[in-house]
Design a protein around this ligand. Structure first.
Ligand code: X8Z
Ligand code: ZN
Length: 581
């Protein structure tokens, strides 16, 4: 007999409503402190932010433990889900000992600060550059010695955070175990409404379906790079040296598009140039993105968004430049924090960030414990779905482009998109494949760096510019590792955004191939998306997925349909070239 209640006992209801109001209070305080820290890094703001976060984490853990006293007979279905989520609501769990708990949140704040302060003086230059300056060289320079120098110079930041990272793994695992998880990686995998092992298998299934497309892209890019740099630098059969791919982590490759553009199918416009030629300001870039969401029937952003956001890097102080979206009071205090540069890439990132803000706003009416996305891949996918609607025809409609390239340029457009989105897939997977092994204890600290590279070589088919030693710590040179942000969400988002795009394009009734279809201006698409966002985390994610797509499983069909013409073209190009590494 099912002993689950249909309604909670009065005691359980009271407990949950007190829990939600206490945690809301502490989370607002922690967010305010963190905002100050991230936009003004000092030893004081670091200490205050770590302390506020520690208080919030400790209260969540205490409440999660207390909630176990209510059996299923005392909890209605809504409160049952809330108690389940309470245990899963944080990416970091504090150990019981208050000193250790504060130590842990301090370590994370300190690692973020060290990452933000990373600088390197490129060979032949005299002043130190930050990550943005170094990234610009990686995307623009074709000088092999400079590329390797800049890559290596930035990765030195990993060594700085390594000792803190080792201690953080120990304490974070202790916290996760205290709440009954095997380790912190198992805790991260438990947030998908399925068994953690089943989730890992689901990720493998998705990857196996898209890996052939990635391998075709990899082979084409490798043969073009070999032609540019010579086969002594880019071997025709092996993995690609990472520094030639135009991005610090080789996670997306669109900045080397000019080296790879198919003859006769170059789309003939460059979004960066269009924005720069019009002297577009950072704020205007954000306005473009806002207007897209408004065109779907969603509300304009509140005035405080424009007053409180950080759009550009301040000259006079250290900040965390990695882009993020904030929902400070869970009501109307939405913000983004970015160091916007006038580039096509940042234009896309702004849409990504506003996707977070529109999600946060849509689920704000939900109770505290349901104010999150269906799963974390959904949060990351919303703005990216809008990015897919930034088509040449859309750019013409908003007056950024005079004339859209004709269908003979489709392969160029698709190749550019694949360099952004398909190249990302194995990176999105590799980061947490590695971290899961770190947290489970399968790797000893001296194996951290070697295994980071064997995992990246395995999935991405890339290698570092030169062999790396075991005391380097290259994962520490990627923001999400020192900042304790789970990464599998981005892999999922790169699949989901095509699933959403395909469904929304159909709902909007837009004809034509997926890569030319934009949902701009569609109320019908906006209503469908809005209905999914408004659910927040109140239901299991297949329910949310169904609202937009009619499907209850994550599917690669949208992505594969989108890139089908490119896949055929790549296969032809690769006929005489080796594929794989
Ligand atoms: O971190 C981000 C966003 C903030 S959630 C800018 N992204 C990942 C990254 O930069 O590594 C977006 C794509 C992947
Ligand atoms: Zn994001």
């Amino acid at each position: 007999m099912d002993s689950s209640a249909t309604q909670s006992s009065p005691e359980a209801s009271r407990f949950l409503s007190e829990t939600e109001s206490e945690l809301l209070d502490l989370s607002v305080e922690a967010q305010r402190a963190d905002w100050v820290y991230a936009t003004y890094i000092t030893p004081d703001s670091e200490a205050l932010s770590a302390r506020a976060f520690a208080r919030f984490v400790a209260a969540t853990v205490r409440r999660a433990k207390e909630s176990t006293r209510f059996g299923p007979g005392e909890l209605g279905p809504i409160d049952r889900r809330k108690t389940l989520l309470l245990r899963l609501s944080l990416p970091l769990i504090a150990p019981d000992d208050p000193a250790e708990s504060l130590e842990l949140t301090r370590l994370v704040a300190a690692m973020q600060g060290a990452y933000a302060r990373g600088r390197h003086v490129p060979v032949g230059q005299t002043s130190p550059l930050d990550l943005q300056g170094l990234s610009r060289i990686l995307s623009e320079s074709r000088d092999p010695a400079l590329l390797a120098d800049v890559w290596t110079g930035w990765h030195a930041v990993g060594r700085v955070v390594r000792p803190e990272f080792l201690r953080y793994v120990e304490l974070a695992n202790r916290g996760a175990r205290g709440l009954g998880f095997a380790d912190q990686g198992a805790m991260w995998r438990s947030k998908y409404d399925m068994e953690p092992d089943a989730f890992a298998r689901e990720v493998d299934r998705l990857w196996s379906e898209v890996a052939p497309l990635y391998r075709s892209l990899h082979a084409y890019v490798r043969s073009r790079l070999a032609a540019v740099y010579g086969s002594d630098r880019v071997p025709e059969r092996g993995p690609i040296p990472s520094q030639f791919l135009g991005n610090m982590w080789a996670q997306s490759w669109e900045s080397i598009f000019p080296l790879l553009a198919p003859p006769g199918a170059d789309p003939g416009f460059d979004l960066t140039k269009l924005l720069v030629d019009r002297a577009t300001s950072p704020e205007e870039m954000v306005r473009y993105a806002e207007r897209f969401f408004v065109s779907l029937g969603l509300p304009a952003l509140p005035p405080t968004f424009w007053e409180r956001s950080m759009f550009v890097r301040p000259r006079d102080r250290e900040v965390v430049c990695h882009a993020s979206a904030w929902d400070v009071d869970a009501e109307e205090d939405l913000r983004i924090k970015m160091c916007i540069e006038i580039t096509g890439e940042d234009f896309q990132t702004i849409h990504h960030e506003l996707g977070h803000n529109y999600y946060q706003r849509a689920y704000a009416p939900q109770p505290y414990l349901f104010r999150d996305s269906a799963h974390d891949g959904f949060h990351e996918a919303v703005g990216d779905t809008i990015q897919l609607s930034v088509t040449p025809e859309y750019l013409v409609r908003i007056g950024l482009l005079d004339r859209a390239p004709d269908a003979s340029r489709d392969i160029g457009l698709l190749l550019f998109r694949a360099l952004e989105k398909v190249a990302f897939l194995p990176f999105g997977l590799a980061v947490d494949r590695w971290r899961w092994e770190v947290f489970s204890g399968a790797l000893a600290p001296e194996e951290y760096n070697p295994s980071w590279w064997s995992i990246r070589r395995h999935y991405q088919g890339i290698v570092p510019p030169a062999p790396r030693s075991a005391d380097e710590f290259d994962p520490g040179a990627k923001y999400h590792v020192p900042a304790n942000v789970p990464y599998m969400r981005y892999f999922l988002a790169h699949i989901l955004q095509f699933q959403f795009h395909r469904a929304l394009v159909r709902t909007a009734g837009v004809p034509g191939p997926l890569h030319r279809a934009s949902i701009y201006g569609s109320d019908a698409a906006g209503r469908s998306l809005g209905a999914m966002l408004a659910l927040g985390m109140s239901r299991e994610w297949p329910d949310a997925l169904e609202v937009v797509t009619g499907e209850r499983r994550m599917s690669t069909a949208g992505l594969l349909e989108y890139f089908a013409p490119l896949q055929r073209w790549l296969d032809e190009q690769n006929r005489s070239a080796p594929v794989g590494w």
